[in-house]
Design a protein around this ligand. Sequence first.
Ligand code: PMP
Length: 351
Amino acid sequence: MIYDLIRDEIKGFKNYEVPTIECMYKMDANETPFGLPEATMNNLQEIVKSANVNRYPDPVSLKLRDKLAEYCGTTRENIFVGNGSDEIIHILMNAFVSKNDCVVYPVPSFSMYKVYSQIAGAKNVEVALKDDYSYNVDEIINTINIFNPKMVILCNPNNPTGTTLDRDDIVKILKVNDGITVVDEAYYEFYGDTVVDLIGKFERLIVLRTLSKAYGLAGLRVGYAVSNSDVISCLNMVKSPYNVNSISQAIALSVLEEGRVDEKVDYIKNERKFLQDGLKEIGNLKVYDSKANFLLIEFDDAYYVYNKLLEKGVLVRNFLGDKILSNALRVTIGTREANSYFLKCLKEILV
Ligand code: PMP
C-alpha cells in the first residue's frame, strides 16, 4: 500500500477541507466582503502587463517588500513575503524546527500551527486558553520553563476566539523564551495593536501578517513576516524559488498603493457591534468578545444551528469533532445585509 511509504509524522493526516457549498452569504472563512479598490480594478490590464507573466516572478518580491516595509515602519530587510501566511508558517518550521523539537501554541487556535509542526516531527505542547478563552500567560511561561521550546506561537487576536494578548504579556513571554516567538497578527488591522516595533529589541521575534483579511486579497495568497534581517535570511534559505506569483505581487502592490483600509475596517468593526447587539437581543447565547472580523458563538446544539443556517443560505464555520469547540460556530462579519439576514435566520432557528 502506498500509505505504508508515507512519513510516520503524517500517517493518519486528513486533507485540509473547506466546504464548497453554494450559499447566499459566505460567512465562514474570515474573508472581507469587499472587492478590489476601484482604481486597481480600472487598472487591471496595466497591472497584468507589468507582471510580465512570460518571465518568472521576482523571487524576493522586492517592490512589494518595500511597500510592506513602509506600511510596517521597517525596512525591506525586515520583510519576507510568502504564498499566504500559511506558507510562512510552513517555512518557519522548515527553517527552525527539527524532529522532536518542542513547539508550543495555544488551543483552541488556528489549526495550521499543529499541522505544520506535526509535519516537522516536532513535539507539540498545547497550552489551553482559560474558560473565557483569554490567554493563560502564566501557564505559557511555565510551559516554556519546563520544555525550553524551539518555537512558541501566539495568535493575536486569536482565531477562532477573537480574544487578545496584551503587549506586556507578549514581552513577558519574549523575555523567558530562548527559542523563536511567532506572533501571528493575521487580524491586526481589526485590533490595532501590534508588536512589530519590538523586532529590533527581541531578535527571535517574528510577526506574521497577511493581506488575506483586512486587505481582502485571500484569493491572491499574500502573507508576510516581519523580523530582523538574520531571521529573514534564514527563511530565504528554505523557501521555494518563486513562491509568490507575479500577478499577486503586482495586484498586492497596487492595492497597498491605494492606501490604508481604515474605512473598510471601521465598517467591519461597526458591523461587529451590530451583530453583537443583535445576538444579545436574541438572548441566552454565549458570544465571546472579539477584536477580529468574526465572532465565536456557543449554542446548545451547534451542528443543528449550522445545518439550519445552511438551509437558509448562510455558511458559517463549524468545529464538529473538536474537543473544545464542538458546540460553537464562528461567523465572519459581513455586510449589513448579510449580518441582518444572519440574525433574522438565527431568531427563526432558535424560537
Ligand atoms: N493565521 C491565522 C490566525 C489565520 O486565521 C489565517 C487564515 N485563516 C492564516 C494565518 C492564514 O492566512 P493566509 O494564508 O491567507 O495568509
